[in-house]
Design a binder for this molecule. Sequence first.
Ligand code: GDP
Ligand code: ZN
Length: 458
Amino acid sequence: MNEDTIAAIATALGEGSIAVVRVSGQDAVGTVAKIFKSKLDLREVPSHTVQYGWIADPQEDLILDEVLVTVMKGPRSFTAEDVVEISTHGGIVAVKSVLELVLRHGARMAEPGEFTKRAFLNGRIDLAQAEAVIDLIRSKSDRAFQVARKQADGALSKQIIPLRQQLIELVAHVEVNIDYPEHDVDEVTADLIRDNCSSVLAQVNDLLIKSNEGKILREGIVTVIVGRPNAGKSSLLNALARDNKAIVTDIPGTTRDIVEESVSLSGIPLRLLDTAGIRETNDKVEQIGVERSHGALNDADLVLLVLNHHERLHEDDKKLLQQLKDRSTIIVVNKIDLPGQLELAEIERDYAKDRIVFLSAKDGSGIEDLEKAVSGLFFSGAVESGDITYVSNVRHIALLHQTKRSLEDAIQATYEGIPIDLIQIDLAASWESLGQILGDAAGDSLLNQIFSQFCLGK
Ligand code: GDP
Ligand code: ZN
């Protein structure tokens, strides 16, 4: 347990209606009691109760703010230490002066992430949960938030722990076989190692497959909007973003550079890129834009190909339809408020019905169909049910890959007849790298790196 008591502002700075100063440590209650004026002595109040009163500077007999103070005695608190939270009136001045007063009366300023670090060090949460708190703070969309929430509850840890258990039992078993050899012990143990490693490997691979989806949830689906000039790309971007960041004009080819916008479609984060019209051009400036849009196309997770309902298919449209048919592409037939000229049969030849959406970027009709098509493409069923753990943290993904390599080495070694005491090294390595996800084998420097990513007060 840490000796010193730490404090920080736990809410976002700004003009919120209330702000919270969080104090944690052995002397949290004593520290706040010195500056809290009310009918009751804070040291005497029951745990998990809220007290009404004032924060006042005892030396100058100056009342700073009217507050509510919550006392949570350890270990039933976020850090597992005594925690006191002072809810002050919002506004930077009030909350800062309360924090200053707390600091002058025995607490020290918390480092970024130090509350969560203490929760981890005191065994309240494991490292995967702690990192999920970072993700919670950062997550931009509802769905990424839910995934982070689940991970904070230990969903990832729950999957890792039994795998580690299986590996440690295997290591122990092999160890016993080495120490008490019988006649064909090597053969038996090689089979045992292979079976167990394969089963753990399958589950690690499963987590890795899901991790890519985790990345999408975190960073957004990179979505490129392509189409001929004037098809309505910028209008679509605007309709989706519901503001007017891209310039919409009647002159073909105005979106020369790439405009980017982050939007959330039914909770799925998209990074929308509006490209310059894809077409052959001699105009130098536009040429640059066109080249960039080809580059963006290659990196896209999802492509929205915008076609003009009011015109016949152009050679360029046909080229794009051909080029994109094996990609994650949704065909957006735009301008359905205008009479139709587009040859739909030609599109339907290569694209399934649920990949073709009809809308008007101008009046907004059909936009929900696009939302449905996007979520259908990426989150069919599995995600909706919400019982999947996503690995969305880069460090976790790297450690899973490391585990995978050790397991594969171990399996390979059994086929090559390598002595089992050497294979043990790979088994131990895979056990250890899985453990690092939970923070079991984490050294101090790693811990500090992880926790310093937190905002202050978390
Ligand atoms: P971009 O070159 O593909 O980015 O196309 P813009 O978004 O700049 O749109 C070109 C023109 O088409 C503008 O005059 C828009 O107002 C118009 N436009 C875009 N979407 C629609 C639509 O759904 N219906 C109608 N009638 N006009 C549209
Ligand atoms: Zn445009």
